[in-house]
Design a binder for this molecule. Structure first.
Ligand SMILES: [Zn+2]
Length: 141
C-alpha cells in the first residue's frame, strides 16, 4: 500500500509535520489545503489535496509555512489521538494520497504467555483472553 513511511509526533496544537520529501512526492506545497478523511474502521486517516469538492470544512487542514498540517479536533477525538502520540505517515503508491495511522507501541502478543493475541491492553502491554480470565479467577478467590 505504501512505498514511504515516516514516524511523526502529534504536537500539543495538533500539528503533524509533513516532511518535504513527502510533500514533493505528492505535489503538495506550503499553503495547500488538504482533505482529511477517516476510514470505516476508524483507525486510519487519508490525506489528499483539496480539489474544491470533497468533504466538509471541518475535515480540511492547511499546510502551514513550517510544513505542518493541523488535525481537526473532531478527528483527534474520534480516533482517541493525543499529544505526543507517535503516528506513521505513509504514501500511497497510487494516487496523490497519504495515510496517517497511530504507531502501535504495544506488543501484539500476550505479555504473560507470549503466544496468544492480545484482547486487553495496559499501557504499552497486552494480555490474552485466557490469561485475563486466569488473573480474574485468581483475584476472585
Ligand atoms: Zn496469555
Amino acid at each position: 500500500m505504501s512505498n514511504y513511511s515516516q514516524k511523526v509526533t502529534l504536537t500539543e496544537k495538533g500539528h503533524v509535520l509533513i516532511p518535504k520529501v513527502l510533500r514533493d512526492n505528492l505535489g503538495w506545497s506550503l499553503g495547500d489545503t488538504i482533505v482529511i478523511s477517516l476510514n470505516t474502521d476508524g483507525n486510519l486517516l487519508t490525506l489528499e489535496s483539496y480539489t474544491g469538492q470533497q468533504g466538509n470544512e471541518n475535515m480540511r487542514g492547511v499546510i502551514d509555512n513550517w510544513g505542518r498540517l493541523t488535525l481537526p479536533k473532531e478527528i483527534k477525538e474520534c480516533l482517541g489521538w493525543g499529544v505526543a502520540d507517535i503516528l506513521i505517515l505513509l504514501q500511497a503508491i497510487e494516487g496523490k494520497k497519504a495515510f496517517l495511522k497511530r504507531f502501535q507501541q504495544y506488543e501484539s502478543k500476550c505479555v504473560i504467555c507470549k503466544t496468544s493475541e492480545v484482547i486487553a491492553k495496559i499501557n504499552n502491554s497486552g494480555a490474552c483472553k485466557q490469561c485475563v480470565e486466569t488473573l480474574r479467577k485468581s483475584l476472585a478467590v
